[in-house]
Write a protein that binds this ligand. Structure first.
Ligand SMILES: [Fe+2]
Ligand SMILES: [Fe+2]
Length: 210
């Protein structure tokens, strides 16, 4: 798919708008997302662009963030109202089109969900969410374990570990937990439980037929 800009132009535009550490982080997420896209059969180009631009609305401060969201008719829930920084995900999902000419709804969705997650996350949504957490510049207790998982575990196992880590972190800090994060985790966990039940059922049947 072609975009309104080349990748080099996107990078130059992003670099001009973000502080250096945030730009480096964006490059890290992009590279990590590309690696994960190979492991999980996700479109490499979408992963590269979504990873690069996921924080493209991160430069606004709290009040400006609310203003930018309102300007675009983005719904501001109670949790976002109390933590306006969260809005950079939804604003970014619109800004990729406005500034970078990226019209791909799958990329916009992955950007919209990169912070708090959401229901029925696609593999692209998941790898951007996860890459944001483990890119090489990230440094927090537990990050190495999450990086290891990214080499061996299934995408859902990775997400479960990542989402659990994120929820525990937020709770320990005394912050609100976004319902979308709980929803994402419950959904993946329920899916896993159902699969295990089905497997057990299958094994039982096979035993009977023996
Ligand atoms: Fe972000
Ligand atoms: Fe990020």
């Amino acid at each position: 798919m072609s975009y309104g800009m080349t990748l080099e132009q996107m990078q130059a535009e992003l670099e001009a708008r973000l502080k250096p550490s945030r730009f480096r982080h964006s490059l890290g997420v992009s590279e990590t997302a590309v690696k994960l896209s190979h492991r999980f059969g996700v479109d490499e180009e979408k992963a590269r662009v979504a990873g690069l631009l996921h924080d493209c609305a991160r430069e606004f401060r709290n009040e400006a963030m609310v203003e930018e969201a309102e300007k675009r008719g983005i719904a501001i829930g109670e949790v976002e109202r109390s933590m306006p920084l969260l809005l950079h995900a939804d604003i970014g999902a619109v800004r990729v089109r406005e500034i970078y000419g990226v019209e791909d709804p799958a990329i916009s969705q992955a950007i919209a969900r990169h912070t708090v997650g959401g229901a029925q996350m696609t593999p692209l949504d998941k790898i951007i969410w996860y890459a944001d957490m483990i890119e090489p510049n990230r440094d927090f207790p537990g990050v190495d374990k999450l990086r290891e998982l990214a080499k061996t575990a299934s995408l859902d196992e990775m997400m479960l570990a990542g989402l659990s880590h994120s929820i525990i972190f937020v709770v320990k800090k005394g912050h609100l937990v976004h319902p979308a994060t709980v929803l994402a985790r419950n959904e993946i966990l329920l899916g896993q439980m159902k699969r295990k039940d089905a497997e057990a059922e299958q094994a039982k049947k096979a035993k009977k037929e023996d």
